[in-house]
Design a protein around this ligand. Structure first.
Ligand code: BTN
Length: 267
């Protein structure tokens, strides 16, 4: 029996969140291929609405960015996707991956008791001690209606020994940091509440998101290499622009703003 039920997740909601997120919006699947694919299909067949959530204990075809696979042992981590209806103006849709990193990072910080900060790696990875703690895959769909699907994989209770060999040195989990299990339903409740609170303010109050990410950015002040569709950009990480774009200081050549990248490396 999974600990992920509407009752366990909604018990952490305040009144305002409970009003917007009802049991019909919560879809728990014991196992599935990919929660992002499930939600995209629900949207395509007009079965989804704003704040619909698909969560599972096990994915068989979990997808990461750049076509990578996202794998996790059954029942250990949070694997879910949230549907957000995209509203005008379109120009701010590029803020969403950064808002997602902010909401997720704040939820994780709320359960961490040890010293040290979550690190944000632009565009939307969360790290701790430079090891990956969570990944976010935001996919948009325009027809029949504009929606974003925010897919989140958060390493909650996975043990270091359960990571595939090649990830052991570069991935971590809340369990490894805290040395005890954390409640997935509490974390999910915090994350959903964060989206309900912050998403409507994405246009008017993005400065708080930028400042939070900037203060935790693992790239700030570091030598970085950004692989973009237009080629490689090298320089020093210098914060985030108005819509969350990465600012790279290229010395005499000035600053360059990057909206999207395939890969970001840092030294
Ligand atoms: C990344 O590459 O860092 C993003 C990983 C996103 C993984 C999550 S797990 C839930 C959701 N469903 C998927 O197939 N992918 C996302």
């Amino acid at each position: 029996m999974s600990d992920l039920s509407y009752e366990s997740v909604s018990s952490g909601f305040g009144e305002a969140v409970r009003e917007q997120f009802s049991v019909e919006q919560f879809h728990y699947l014991p196992e599935t291929d990919s929660t992002n694919d499930d939600l995209l299909n629900r949207i395509r067949s007009k079965k989804a609405r704003h704040l619909d959530l698909v969560v599972t204990d096990l994915q068989h075809q979990g997808r990461g960015r750049r076509g990578d696979r996202w794998e996790a042992p059954a029942g250990r981590n949070l694997l879910f996707s949230l549907a957000l209806k995209l509203e005008e103006p379109k120009a701010i849709w590029c803020r969403l991956p950064h808002l997602a990193a902010f909401v997720l990072g704040k939820a994780v910080e709320s359960v961490l008791t040890m010293s040290g900060k979550i690190q944000a790696k632009w565009p939307n990875d969360l790290l701790f001690d430079e090891k990956k703690l969570a990944g976010i895959l935001v996919e948009t769909i325009l027809v029949p209606e504009p929606y974003a699907v925010v897919g989140i994989g958060l390493n909650v209770n996975v043990r270091a020994t359960e990571f595939p060999e090649e990830l052991r040195a570069i991935a971590t989990s809340i369990y490894e940091l805290e040395e005890c299990e954390s409640s997935r339903s509490f974390l999910l409740s915090e994350i959903v509440s964060g989206f309900v609170r912050c998403y409507p303010n994405m246009l008017t109050n993005f400065d708080e998101v930028r400042e939070w990410l900037h203060s935790r950015s693992v790239l700030s002040g570091r030598e970085i290499e950004v692989v973009t569709a237009m080629g490689m950009v090298r320089g020093i990480g210098a914060g985030l622009g108005e819509d969350g774009e990465l600012i790279v200081n290229q010395g005499d050549q000035g600053n360059k703003s990057i909206l999207s990248a395939e890969r970001v490396l840092f030294r």
